[in-house]
Design a protein around this ligand. Structure first.
Ligand code: LLP
Length: 431
């Protein structure tokens, strides 16, 4: 029986209460209500800087594209814009949000799949760089417009990830262009008059070992070599995608970022030299790595229920608020924010308020003895938390708060009942 240990130094135990970036979680829950996402600005900046500095030790032409889908809140985008980040967008909506946060089009790479013609037109008008996912998309784009700059996403045939749903390369993947068609794609782009070209891969998400990155990168570089040899293309950038994992379970080890940078960039430098590829930018697209451990989800216990088999803690956040445990079977650390000094002595299931048996945030968790009214903090909730939330069961989405050195600010209001009917219309014949 030990009391709670906290995984990061921006999370603190002050007399048994969880503080994030100098702010009491109890106070935040009182002011803004629960469920509530809380993000630490310092941790976001720290994660970004740590990665950039580590990469820069090995090569000077580095670009980090923050993968916006992990957390698209304007305040988060603004923080990363101010850090000099580039941005990976996957939908016109993300491009729109990136502009709102002040990103210039030159700093945005659009990587979509199943992209419609009207979306292509929007991207052309927006002047962002388009990363092509299929020959169909390329043909349709070139009919509409010949861009100055273009990139092509390759399927490097090596995929990895924390769950089948997040593996984005290899045989079953819908993403990217296979090697057999890649040359054709670049030939079309070159012949059409595209001046600057990039090459891209993204193999999956939540990867904690370096090996899959290296294997896929090797393959991508070989493909780049062939294209260079056959078509004389000098790549402006080579983009190795996102996927840098973060540990969630107590026994998981963090990705060794120093080694990741060293191994990836040594391979990159060796191969661009060997293949005579000049000096392209080395790009990566982390989402989770930047924001995951900067965010927590606060949720209040409203019910305790003991059955012959289980002790359930009923809380006010369900898979409408955080879908990862249900969608991928993901584990998120949970602490009792008002009882950090209490011994962990009871095993509970943490259940949300939705009318679905699957609405369970955690099973068989060892926690301090819980009372109704206690405040739970679900950790590592900054990535794919709010951005995947929904109004399922007609529950308005929750608020988001940003904290920094003891200061806090609401960055997204919680939705109201009116938001449940926004845009809805009742046909005249029903009235
Ligand atoms: N680049 C591309 C083209 C991507 O599709 C993704 C993520 C990323 C970068 C960023 O990956 P990251 O560094 O965050 O792993 N909802 C899932 C993750 C899906 C990721 C989809 N693509 C989850 O909650 O685990």
């Amino acid at each position: 029986m030990s009391s709670t240990t906290l995984p990061h130094n921006y999370l603190e135990n002050k007399s048994g209460v969880l503080y994030i970036d100098g702010v009491s979680t109890i106070k935040l829950a009182e002011i803004f209500d629960t469920p509530l996402y809380v993000l630490s600005e310092n941790r976001i900046r720290e994660n970004f800087r740590r990665l950039r500095e580590t990469l820069l030790k090995h090569y000077e032409k580095i670009r980090i594209y923050y993968s916006a889908k992990a957390n698209t809140s304007l305040a988060v985008l603004k923080i990363l814009e101010s850090e000099g980040s580039y941005l990976d967008a996957v939908s016109p909506g993300e491009v729109f949000l990136a502009f709102k946060a002040g990103f210039q089009p030159e700093r945005i790479l659009f990587t979509g799949t199943s992209v419609r013609d009207d979306e292509l037109k929007f991207l052309i008008d927006s002047n962002v760089t388009i990363n092509i996912d299929s020959l169909s998309q390329l043909k349709r784009l070139l009919k509409l417009h010949i861009p100055e700059k273009l990139s092509i996403r390759v399927n490097p045939e090596v995929g990895a990830g924390h769950h089948e749903h997040v593996i984005t390369a290899g045989k079953n993947s819908k993403f990217g262009i296979w090697e057999a068609d890649v040359l054709e794609a670049y030939r079309m782009a070159k012949n059409a008059g595209v001046k600057q070209l990039g090459i891209h891969m993204h193999i999956g998400s939540g990867i904690l070992t370096i090996k899959p990155f290296l294997l896929a990168a090797k393959k991508l570089l070989e493909i780049a070599c062939k294209i260079h040899e056959k078509l004389g293309i000098n790549f402006e950038f080579i983009d190795f995608g996102g996927g840098l994992g973060v540990p969630y379970k107590p026994d998981e080890k963090p990705l060794d970022v120093e080694r990741f940078a060293e191994r990836m960039l040594n391979l990159f430098k060796d191969k661009i030299k060997e293949y005579d590829l000049g000096k392209p930018f080395f790009c990566i697209e982390p989402g989770r790595f930047i924001v995951c451990d900067a965010g927590i989800l606060l949720t209040r216990v409203n019910t305790l229920k003991v059955t012959p088999f289980k002790k359930f803690i009923g809380v006010d956040a369900g898979f409408n608020t955080l879908i990862r445990p249900v969608m991928y079977g993901s584990y998120h650390p949970i602490v009792v924010a008002n009882k950090l000094n209490a011994p962990e002595e009871e095993v509970y299931d943490v259940a949300g308020p939705l009318c679905e048996s699957g609405d369970i945030l955690a099973r068989d968790r060892l926690l301090p003895k819980i009372s109704e009214g206690d405040l739970l903090a679900i950790l590592n909730a900054g990535a794919y938390g709010f951005s995947m939330s929904s109004q399922y069961n007609s529950r308005p989405r929750c608020a988001e708060v940003l904290v920094r050195n003891g200061e806090y600010a609401l960055i997204r209001e919680k939705e109201k009942f009116e938001d449940l009917v926004r845009g809805q219309k009742i046909p005249q014949w029903l009235n």
